[in-house]
Write a protein that binds this ligand. Structure first.
Ligand code: G3H
Ligand code: 13P
Ligand code: ZN
Length: 333
């Protein structure tokens, strides 16, 4: 058993309480590689922001759970080395799909887990979430649950069709499951292709997607005052990164994300965790493609991973400062 507290990590409880009260959101960035971890830590330290580093089942399969846990431990030490005496770093399991996977993560240094029972019938979702909560809380690990289904064109964690969260279910669900935070479905979705062009409106040559269902979000807030709400699928798919990828040999068509103004608005509400993965993938790929196209003789991975890391760091800082508003929000610097 490895307890997250021994690694210098924290759970989400206190940071969510402050975020809900302060009207900002904590960034939850997915990572699979050392360069992503370094960029996340550099951005969090530079902006004095709490941060959630999250690992999907796919990330564990790619990079190995033990290695990722040690990268998170390294992240805490690295943050201190960079001058942040009291970093607030969460190691979170993203989209856990079984009790066994959540337990394995809790037993191996994770400070927070998501049990995603959103595709299950309502009562089964409650029962599975409660089972994870009962285990996790023995070790002071926090648990995110999901109610409602996100749509997605390309991601294994999404369904073809979305079902918005029903506000009338949230009190019963959160009370009976005991979850610490709740991911809801209000129109976001996973991946870089969140909307088809037909679903969007053309404004000044730019495809603008339909707005998020803020009415549902506000109804949920009224039912659960002060309860931490989570938004998945919140990449904005920056056009400059998509254009760079396409300019240097990529082929990304109709990539459309969530406009940042809408995420800014959501951050001011009970939404206190915003999940971003695709934007990091785009920033990394754009920088690598550009570097290799401009330096065809380079073959040392450090030559192209360094600009990739820089580009991701820039993107993370932008999200923290200009979208989520979590800069300067560490309890102690
Ligand atoms: O929500 C899903 C995340 O973007 C993780 O994606 O399962 O491909 O690692 P992944
Ligand atoms: P994006 O694909 O929009 O980055 O969403 C990531 C996510 O929700 C991870 O759980
Ligand atoms: Zn997600």
């Amino acid at each position: 058993m490895v307890n997250y507290k021994d690694l210098g990590l924290v759970n989400t409880r206190e940071m969510f309480k402050r975020a809900v009260a302060g009207g900002y959101a904590i960034p939850a960035f997915n990572f699979n590689t050392m360069e992503q971890m370094q960029a996340i830590v550099m951005a969090a330290v530079e902006t004095k922001s709490p941060v959630i580093m999250q690992v999907s089942k796919g990330a564990r399969n790619y990079a190995n759970g033990t290695i990722l846990r040690n990268l998170a431990k390294g992240a805490v030490e690295y943050a201190k080395e960079l001058g942040c005496e009291h970093p607030e770093i969460v190691l979170h399991l993203d989209h856990g799909d079984s009790f066994e996977l959540c337990k394995e993560c809790i037993d191996n240094g994770f400070s927070s887990v998501m049990i995603d029972g959103s595709s299950l019938p309502y009562e089964e979702n409650i029962a599975l979430t409660k089972k994870v909560v009962d285990y996790a809380h023995q070790f002071d690990v926090t648990v995110e649950a999901e109610l409602g289904v996100l749509a997605g064109v390309e991601d294994e964690v999404s369904s073809a069709e979305s079902h918005y969260t029903k506000p009338e279910e949230v009190i019963d669900f959160s009370t009976r499951s005991g979850c610490d935070s709740l991911a809801i479905s209000i129109g976001t979705s996973h991946g870089a292709h969140k909307f088809t062009p037909e679903q969007c409106t053309l404004v000044n040559g730019v495809l603008v997607p339909p707005p998020l269902a803020f009415d549902i979000l506000h109804e949920i807030e009224k039912k659960l005052p002060g309860f931490p709400i989570v938004l998945h699928g919140s990449s904005s798919v920056p056009m400059d990164e998509v254009n760079t990828i396409n300019k240097y040999g990529g082929h990304l068509e109709a990539a459309i994300g969530i406009p940042e103004e809408q995420l800014r608005e959501a951050s001011k509400s009970a939404v206190c965790k915003i999940n971003i993965d695709s934007d990091s993938r785009l920033a990394m790929t754009a920088a690598i493609r550009k570097h290799l196209a401009e330096h065809p003789g380079d073959f040392d991975p450090r030559q192209y991973l360094k600009p990739a890391r820089e580009n991701m760091k820039k993107m993370y800082i932008h999200k923290i400062v200009n979208v989520l508003g979590s800069d300067g929000k560490l309890a102690q610097c």
